[in-house]
Design a protein around this ligand. Structure first.
Ligand code: KIV
Ligand code: ZN
Length: 518
């Protein structure tokens, strides 16, 4: 805490972010994101809620073991079993923190916990005391703090500091507060909690009224030193405060925020955003600040004219500062392995020789179909490899006959180990027909929840990237991706990818989480 202007970034993409409806990450995906968050240089990485499921505990443990740089944090209720499971998962981490929470607001006390104030106070303090015997760094959150009576909040905070908590996180759990009010609440804490100088204040804002970032910034103005946030603002309901917006607001408005700054590598922001979007299946809206596809696109002639004269007329941030790659022409079919390796390293990817071999093969195949290969094409190829799952089923042949006014006829051949399965069928469209054939061939109960398609770059020959959300027989929700210049083929690959993931690693379902009571 030597630099008084430093704001600490506590990333909770893998914990609160993963609680987004529809987002679902397996251990491998969590690890990939965690490694990228370390590249981004987040200060604290909340890796999960270990007691929620054995899958969560295993992912936290793996991150604690393999991810170097940030402090690794795990969440626990003020219940001994929760804390023990979290402490066990954190064991391998070089720097670790336990995050303990209990609700303090009247509505939560009465209707959720059925506990009186003095009981909450006692549980909060004794839990921190217990945890303190096993770990040095403890963060405490009074859940629903923004709707808690301030006098009671001060009492709880004083007690947990006495018990050994050194980071006090003030959550606006239901996204109810407003910037002025929240700034006042933080100021009130500094003025009314007698031992507050023994701790650091953190804030954790939800976005139900679209104010999560504004509330976090107001808290920083009032002296909060840590902000909890997620990449792309994903999280419960309307999400959490978006990390990229907080970081860039501080960076762009140093005048207002009196040189407060983070340690985040801004040039890694877009890469991280894209990875999180791909792996969670949560698409980023085009007009999303900082990382949306249109964030730096100027459509109006007046704006374009101004920009050509002086960029700052209409641009308050430079796209390259946040790693917003221009879609430039890079390679063609005559480019070699070395040129590809060079370009990938400029895009921030250092591949192992074996990975480079695979991506080079894919690149050559793509360059045969598509004259111009852009940066975004390369990123899509690399990320396809990063998230690759062992292929229980692989596409061998796809034939489509589609005529206006007639039902399409699809022929499919897929490989499963040394066996080939093939069939012909029809449906309301070629994708529907192909998915029905796959269901028939593999005899598995799955449900398609969502289907999205986007073009990776510009041009009629652009690759189509299909992302599907599929629910398996145990209610697990899996994201599958497929990439091809032929969108029907991309759709088939995406569906098979989801099925392969379901077969590869049975996940703990959201239903199981509810059964665990978390
Ligand atoms: O929103 C919230 O209150 C939380 C706590 C567990 C910090 O996520
Ligand atoms: Zn939260």
């Amino acid at each position: 805490m030597d630099d008084k202007n430093r704001i600490y970034i506590f990333d909770t993409t893998l914990r609160d972010g993963e609680q987004s409806p529809g987002a679902s990450l397996d251990e491998k995906g969590k690890l990939e994101i965690a490694k990228q968050l370390a590249e981004l240089r987040v200060d604290i990485l909340e890796a999960g809620f270990p007691v929620a499921s054995p899958g969560d505990a295993a992912a936290v443990k793996r991150i604690a073991k393999e991810v170097k740089g940030p402090t690794i944090c795990a969440l626990a209720r003020t219940i001994q079993k929760d804390m023990d499971v979290a402490l066990e998962a954190l064991k391998p981490a070089a720097h670790k923190r336990l995050h303990v929470f209990i609700a303090t607001s009247e509505i939560h006390r009465r209707f959720k916990l059925n506990k009186a104030k003095d009981e909450i106070l006692r549980i909060a303090a004794s839990s921190v005391q217990y945890a303190r015997k096993h770990i040095d760094e403890i963060e405490f959150s009074p859940e629903d703090a923004s709707r808690t009576e301030p006098a009671f909040l001060y009492q709880v905070l004083e007690a947990v500091i006495d018990a050994g908590a050194r980071i006090l996180n003030i959550p606006d759990t239901v996204g109810y507060t407003t910037p002025f009010e929240f700034g006042e609440l933080i100021r009130g804490i500094f003025q009314n909690v007698p031992n507050i100088d023994e701790a650091m204040i953190s804030v954790h804002c939800h976005n139900d009224l679209g104010l999560a970032v504004a509330n976090s910034l107001a808290a920083i103005r009032s002296g909060a030193r840590q902000v909890e946030c997620t990449v792309n603002g994903i999280g419960e309901r309307a999400g959490n405060a978006a990390m990229e917006e907080i970081v860039m607001a501080l960076d762009t408005r140093k005048d207002i925020f009196e040189n407060k700054h983070t340690n985040i590598r801004r040039d890694q922001i877009c890469k991280t955003s894209r990875l999180v979007s791909i792996l969670t299946g949560m698409t980023v809206q085009a007009n999303k600040a900082v990382v949306g596809r249109n964030a730096f696109t100027h459509e109006s002639g007046i704006h374009q004219d101004g920009l050509l004269k002086l960029r700052k007329t209409y641009e308050i941030m430079r796209p390259e500062d946040v790693g917003f790659g221009e879609t430039q022409l890079v390679l063609g079919k005559h480019s070699g392995r070395h040129a590809l390796e060079n370009r990938l390293s400029k895009l921030g990817y250092a591949l192992k020789p074996k990975e480079l071999d695979i991506v080079f093969g894919d690149f050559k195949a793509l360059a045969d179909k598509k004259k111009e290969v852009f940066d975004d094409d390369l990123v899509a190829l690399v990320e396809k490899e990063i998230v690759a799952t062992p292929k229980t089923y692989a596409l061998v042949f796809l034939g489509v006959v589609a005529e206006t006014g007639k039902d399409p006829v699809v022929t499919l051949k897929i490989q499963s180990k040394s066996k080939f399965l093939s069939a012909k069928g029809t449906g309301s469209g070629p994708v529907d027909a192909a998915y029905k054939i796959i269901d028939r061939l593999i005899k598995r109960k799955t449900r398609l929840l969502d289907y999205q398609i986007r073009s990776v770059t510009v041009g009629k020959d652009a690759q189509g990237e299909v992302s599907v959300k599929v629910e398996g027989a145990r209610d697990e929700v899996i994201i599958g991706r497929g990439l091809s210049t032929d969108v029907i083929e991309a759709s088939v690959k995406a569906y098979l990818d989801a099925i392969n993931k379901i077969l590869y690693k049975p996940l703990i379902s959201k239903k199981d989480r509810v059964a665990h009571g978390v």
